[in-house]
Design a protein around this ligand. Structure first.
Ligand code: ES4
Ligand code: ZN
Length: 324
């Protein structure tokens, strides 16, 4: 398409990336082999064939199964360096990556193994590519408040290495209100706050994320568009939305990429960004996600999206200015 070279050349930040969702099928087999873990797939083609989802839960079941091959600090380090190699190739200059500690600690992998592996990968990526990175600790919202508090406590030795807490997994039935006290505690420890909201859940969940979790950034937010008052509020407060086009299509949040609401979001004055979410599962990295919606946009809007990714990042003002 005509915008391809232009998209590739834009410096970008990625603000919505689940590192466990960057596990490519080939890596899944490599980690399974070296850790002697059984996986229920014959080959890479069989894995790809299983990636046909009709909603978020369909995907999550397979995503949590895939994460079982991740066992050692080296696995988390290698997963992270591989993601950053691909991101750097897309001219991603900064990334704020989610991790799901409960997916691992609930299998007996120590919190420290996970986070030290990720941090080692981030340091290696910065040395190789000059790309900067931050960590966002996500709580699994299908688990209870006590489990989230326990995870926050386990993270205590690493608070200075973690930029923010987030909220992910099965949205409907697990409203932000369930985690208001955990997010309050995280903020007392100096952590910023983000949450998935309005992906499958209603506009009220977005409002709760604002009012009860005091979020600094909104992950997805698609369904906020159903509520005019909410859109005005998000625009007025310059809330960053981390939008994920290929994810939206694969999970049937959007039935046709040609009708993706990214254009409407920008037209409403929302600070939208483009992100890959779980690139190994949804069919592409950041540039693929830009390309998926590029037919709906002009060059100025592509620039706005890339610029928004730095404005919406947790980099300090001086670093943001250097990127713009
Ligand atoms: C996720 Cl797309 C999405 N939504 C909610 N939770 C998630 N965890 C990983 N990917
Ligand atoms: Zn996500």
């Amino acid at each position: 398409t005509p915008h391809d070279a232009f998209i590739a050349g834009l410096p970008k930040a990625e603000l919505h990336l689940h590192i466990e969702g960057s596990l490519e099928p080939g890596q899944m087999f490599a980690f399974a082999r070296r850790n002697r873990v059984d996986i229920p797939f014959a080959d890479v083609e069989a894995v790809r064939a299983a990636y046909d989802f009709s909603n978020l839960q369909d995907f999550l079941d397979i995503y949590y199964a895939g994460a079982e091959v991740l066992r050692t600090e080296e696995d988390f380090r290698d997963l992270t360096t591989a993601y950053f190699d691909r991101a750097a190739a897309d001219n991603v200059r900064h990334a704020e990556i989610f991790f799901d500690p409960q997916t691992h600690t609930d299998r007996g992998i120590p919190f420290g193994v996970v986070v030290e592996g990720l941090l080692a990968g981030m340091a290696e990526a910065e040395a190789r590519h000059g790309v900067t990175a931050r960590l966002i600790l996500c709580f699994l919202r299908h688990l209870d408040e006590a489990a989230a508090f326990a995870t926050l406590a386990e993270a205590e030795p690493w608070y200075h290495r973690i930029a923010a807490v987030g909220l992910d997994s099965s949205e409907v039935g697990h409203p932000p209100a369930k985690f208001a006290r955990v997010f309050q505690a995280a903020s007392v420890h100096g952590l910023k706050r983000v949450a998935h909201a309005g992906e499958e859940g209603p506009p009220d969940y977005v409002r709760e994320a604002l009012d009860l979790l005091h979020i600094d950034r909104l992950d997805h937010g698609n369904r906020a568009l159903e509520d005019k008052t909410l859109v005005t509020r998000l625009a007025r407060q310059a809330m960053t939305l981390t939008v994920c086009p290929l994810s939206n299509h694969k999970l049937c949040v959007v039935d046709d990429l040609a009708r993706h609401p990214i254009r409407a979001m920008l037209d409403h004055g929302l600070r939208a960004t483009i992100n890959s979410d779980d690139p190994a599962y949804f069919g592409g990295y950041v540039n693929d996600n830009f390309r998926a919606v590029a037919p709906l946009l002009d060059r100025a809007q592509l620039v706005t999206l890339a610029r928004n990714s730095f404005l919406g990042s947790f980099l300090d003002d001086a670093a943001v200015t250097r990127h713009l």
